[in-house]
Design a protein around this ligand. Structure first.
Ligand SMILES: [Zn+2]
Length: 239
């Protein structure tokens, strides 16, 4: 299947099984793995021989077969077959589901099925910090979009494909809205709120909007619009 290079900024969890499997170890950015199976979750092998699963979007495949085609005896059909095997229609569909979990309160949370494992992790972070996440907005309906229309970058919100939430936070210390969650106010926030935001910031996929410019401190998403703009387009067009 070839080899791959870890490109996740904060490293990448190597899991026993896809999605919610136990974390075996963390792969550093720049480390190389042998790709054994190819899905949204890649089954990979580290140099020490341990095998597990990582999120495919954070592995850039080294396409050795394609580089030296002129001097290489490998038939072109092999390379084409490899590339075709990357296609995964299911991942390109936006399937919006209602999500509920112990730490989520507020408005109904609606999200794409591919975002749900990230929400599970977010719920665990909130549980660990004894914080409730008050949802104010999640999946948004796209305006009347013409299939195949090009959406300008500024409006390529992850809310449109169900990969973002807007939230306020609640703990024993009180309720924290957008003005309280501002980055400049971070140091004044109680420990459990800081802890939760730091867990989100340290997550391999999730982003906290408090770090955006301009900041959007009530926003959390998985960066699908930048991580995989093509899939973002396909998901939007499938709505
Ligand atoms: Zn938002």
């Amino acid at each position: 299947m070839g080899r791959g290079l870890v490109i996740a900024r904060g490293g990448l969890n190597l899991r026993e099984s896809p999605k919610t499997g136990n974390v075996l170890s963390t792969l550093r950015r720049g480390s190389k793995v042998e790709i054994l199976e190819e899905e949204t979750w890649l089954k990979v092998k580290k140099s020490d021989g341990s095998v597990g699963y990582v999120l495919a979007d954070y592995i850039e495949k080294e396409d050795n077969d394609l580089v030296d085609q002129s001097t290489n005896d490998t038939p072109v059909s092999t390379a084409v077959a490899d590339v075709l095997s990357l296609a995964n229609d299911e991942q390109d569909q936006c399937v919006i589901k209602t999500y509920a979990n112990s730490q989520f309160i507020g408005k109904e949370l609606r999200a794409d099925v591919d975002f749900l494992p990230h929400l599970d992790r977010l719920n665990q972070y909130a549980l660990d910090c004894a914080v409730k996440i008050y949802v104010t907005s999640s999946a948004r309906e796209p305006g009347r979009s013409v299939s195949g229309a090009i959406v300008p970058p500024a409006s390529r919100s992850n809310h449109l494909v169900g990969h973002a939430i807007d939230m306020n936070l609640q703990s024993a210390s009180g309720f924290f809205n957008s003005s309280k969650l501002k980055k400049t106010n971070l140091a004044n926030l109680p420990g459990e709120i800081q802890d939760l935001l730091n867990l989100v910031k340290g997550d391999e996929v999730l982003r906290w909007g408090g770090e955006f410019n301009p900041e959007d401190p009530v926003h959390i998403d998985d960066e699908l619009n930048r991580r995989n703009p093509n899939r973002w387009d396909l998901k939007l067009n499938s709505r």
